[in-house]
Design a protein around this ligand. Structure first.
Ligand SMILES: Cc1ncc(COP(=O)(O)O)c(C=O)c1O
Length: 396
């Protein structure tokens, strides 16, 4: 089946945060929303069909996760990531961010140090700080147009007694797909200093050719035993509103600690529609994800060419994964507040300011290209006109 990602759908009025709460979050409604990380594409028909089928049964009582839920996760990871996940290793979370927070609660104490790698997905910072843990920055470094890890600095922080590291793999917002050698080096340091690795792999199925996602825990049983992996179908299949993620922990003691926190919070039940969607997505989603990545790849090529030809002062860090693009806007020469206002009020585009992602985000904006090519084209025309208004003379 061929999926049509060009077909527009009106999202306004569908109780979605991206369109319906954009004014509350960004301060303006009159813009093209390219911020929060969901896509403007329809959730795939095979997922919608499974949901509709369940709706025909008119009782929405407490759910239980069937074996098919677990098997779909095992088979998806075997097929797509060559990762053999044990049935017992899989537990649940109502989202990846809740899972990261539960991991912080389960494995660390107030006052403990936890490493993050900014610029990075900002809820990692609050997951550390809101629970009274100490936030350490192992800053990523831009090398040849790619955000890379700084292992010397990581070793300093790990050896100083950090208890945990939270990584985004692939990386949001930089789009780096961590290589086997990068992950091995990171794991080597973390094993040496007993730093627990929390690997947020929510973007693992959104990888562009020729890159390949490697699950951190797939590197070796020893690494798996010190790793908590979080995955979800939510980004790839556009079903974030169904609040369903999986947490994979091979070590029995670590797993027990995690599930205890979840039980204490009484959030392990999940939602029946989320369970059904996850199973349907991981069972029937191979073709969809390939076609999605081909479409997003074309959007990316279009964006790159457009910037090169018409907006020289904005440069993109070409992502190896994700529909999120890290735009270097330093060429606009605007202080942070003015940069944000320029995108909102002059270009009328709702992007995430880079500073939200911590140190290293200064002068950057994050653009969500999970939209139709027509929307992306319109957005770039608006940006080009706004840059012209600044008098930077970028038009060729
Ligand atoms: C790296 C990363 N982790 C987690 C999430 C959100 O996860 P959830 O909605 O399952 O809490 C996002 C969403 O943008 C993300 O980029």
């Amino acid at each position: 089946m061929t999926y049509n990602f060009d077909d527009p759908i009106e999202r306004k009025g569908s109780q979605c945060i991206k369109y319906d709460a954009v004014g509350d979050f960004l301060g303006s409604d009159d813009l093209i929303p390219m911020w929060v990380a969901d896509m403007d594409f329809r959730t795939p028909p095979f997922v919608m069909e499974a949901l509709r089928k369940r709706l025909e049964h008119e009782v929405m009582g407490y759910p239980v996760r069937p074996e098919g839920f677990f098997n779909s996760i095992i088979d998806w990871n075997r097929r797509n990531h060559q990762w053999e996940v044990g049935r017992k290793w899989i537990t649940f979370s109502p989202g990846v961010v809740p899972a990261v927070n539960m991991a912080v609660l389960a494995y660390t104490e107030p006052g403990d140090s936890i490493i993050t790698q900014p610029p990075v997905y900002f809820p990692f910072f609050t997951a550390v700080k809101d629970h009274g843990r100490k936030l350490l920055y192992n800053q990523l470094i831009l090398k040849n147009g790619r955000l890379c890890m700084d292992f010397d600095d990581l070793e300093k922080k790990a050896s100083a007694g950090a208890k945990m590291i939270i990584i985004s793999s692939p990386h949001n917002p930089g789009g780096s797909v961590w290589t086997q050698s990068e992950l091995s080096r990171l794991a080597e340091i973390c094993l040496k200093y007993k730093v627990l690795m929390v690997s947020d792999e929510i973007h693992c199925d959104l990888v562009y050719q020729p890159y390949k996602h490697i699950p951190l825990a797939s590197l070796s049983p020893k690494i798996a035993a010190q790793t908590v992996t979080t995955i979800a179908p939510s980004k790839t299949f556009n079903l974030s509103g169904l609040s369903t993620a999986a947490v994979i922990i091979s070590d029995e003691i670590l797993r027990k600690k995690f599930t205890q926190v979840m039980e204490h919070l009484h959030i392990g039940g999940g939602s029946i529609m989320g369970n059904i969607a996850l199973e349907a997505a991981y069972t029937g989603g191979d073709d969809w994800s390939k076609q999605l990545m081909a479409y997003l790849g074309k959007n990316l090529d279009f964006l790159e060419k457009y910037l090169e030809e018409k907006i020289h002062c904005v440069k993109m860090i070409r992502p190896e994964a994700t529909f999120l693009v890290w735009l270097d806007c330093k060429g606009l020469n605007l202080p942070e507040d003015e940069l944000k206002n320029f995108f909102l009020n002059t270009a009328k585009l709702g992007l995430n300011p880079g500073v939200m992602f911590g140190p290293g985000g200064e002068g950057y904006m994050r653009m969500n290209i999970g939209c139709t090519l027509a929307t992306l084209n319109k957005a770039l025309d608006q940006l080009r006109d706004a840059v012209d208004e600044l008098g930077l003379g970028n038009r060729k």
